[in-house]
Design a binder for this molecule. Sequence first.
Ligand code: ADP
Ligand code: MG
Length: 443
Amino acid sequence: MKSAVEAIELIPSAKRLIRSLRDVGYDFSAAVADIVDNSIEWGATSIDINVEYRGRNSWVRVADNGKGMSEDQLVEAMRFGSERAYSEDALGKFGLGLKTASLSQCSFVAVASRNDAKNKIEGFCWDLDHIAHVDKWEILKLTDKKMQTIVFEPLIKNKSTGTVVFWWKLDRFLEYKHSHSVAASTRILNMDRELEEHLAMVFHRFLSGYVQGREKVKISLNGNPIEPWDPFVRKEKTVPLEPRRLTIEYEGATGNILAEPYILPSQQEFSSMDAFNKAGGPTGWNQQQGFYIYRANRLIQSGGWCKLRTQDEHTKLARIALSFSPTLDDAFKLNVSKMQVQLPSSEREYFDSMVKEVVKIARERYDRKERKSFRSSDASSRSSKKDMPISESRVSSVVNTAQQTWTLDELEKEVLAMAKAYQKPMLRKIFERIREKFGMTNE
Ligand SMILES: Nc1ncnc2c1ncn2[C@@H]1O[C@H](COP(=O)(O)OP(=O)(O)O)[C@@H](O)[C@H]1O
Ligand SMILES: [Mg+2]
């Protein structure tokens, strides 16, 4: 006789598990970015972030003018692992971000929302002090008037639909006894700057209106609008290389990857020193070379070669935009905090050879400009021949332009780097003919 299966439901201890969920790897900027993800995903065109530093009463508030939620939807949204269907271009993933990102920074998170301007605003919160007390997965309705005033304020002001996420009891954030001490003020300034740089980078496609079918998104931090930071500084003399597309299959899911390599200008080619320094980005030129990996237009990884090679001063002009569709999340091993991905292992060889090609061109641009700046500063003291960076034999195949002296090889490389793929064979032939005509050898 078949025995009935005995099943015992084991509900995890709320106070223990919720504490461990706080440590899934967010830092402050990444946590705020995950809240902003939700706002963008749910149709916001304007997102206002406020960070108030008041010692133990500090708070962070992210308010959007998106579609908002009904009371039932809001309650579901507060659940760890909330239920929903994910579309092709969904920024969300696990039904966790709102809760885990918030609790990684604070022990009290309130969310208020309305999906119709005529509706009453409702708010609920997760309060870890309450959870520690009752040891249940319980959210509380936001009834405290003082708290309501501050949480509901943006929705009342804009008189439309939207959502507010409010962090308080920021125990992971600032632990200074004296909120006006020099140490606290310095840290605060740095955190604001880091947050601004991070959002400017992560959401640059949304901020600049690059995303098809979407209105430009405005994000402000403490009332100041955040400007997009373009990793490829396309307003300067950046050279885009031929984009490559591939379709891959991973455990039954098919998705597209688009790789767009760029060779950035070297320092001397920038329009100003300020523009050059800005292009260095949050972690500086060396660290910012490499892949910029986008999932549904949101930047997940900025810089680094995904273990294909190390970052090197000579290759710092190479940056590659890599966009993948969320159907490939598993192939890219996307983690919960959306701070890390890995290249799909089946494509590593493909990417390795692509990176080698790109890095070679970047290196040539870097070396060429190094030589040129040396040569032009050297021009007035040509008598000290021993310092000349080019050999006598190369001088014999020199072409003069208005400002600079180029070897024919350099000119050819420059022209080829600017040319489209279909133009390159023709250009190579022309350079061959020039060499033949003037009896130059191609070294
Ligand atoms: N700003 C927002 N506007 C509207 N709905 C939101 C907003 N933030 C969160 N939600 C709702 O809450 C749910 C849970 O969010 P989250 O925990 O970040 O998980 P995920 O984004 O992976 O679905 C979302 O699926 C969405 O339905
Ligand atoms: Mg989310």
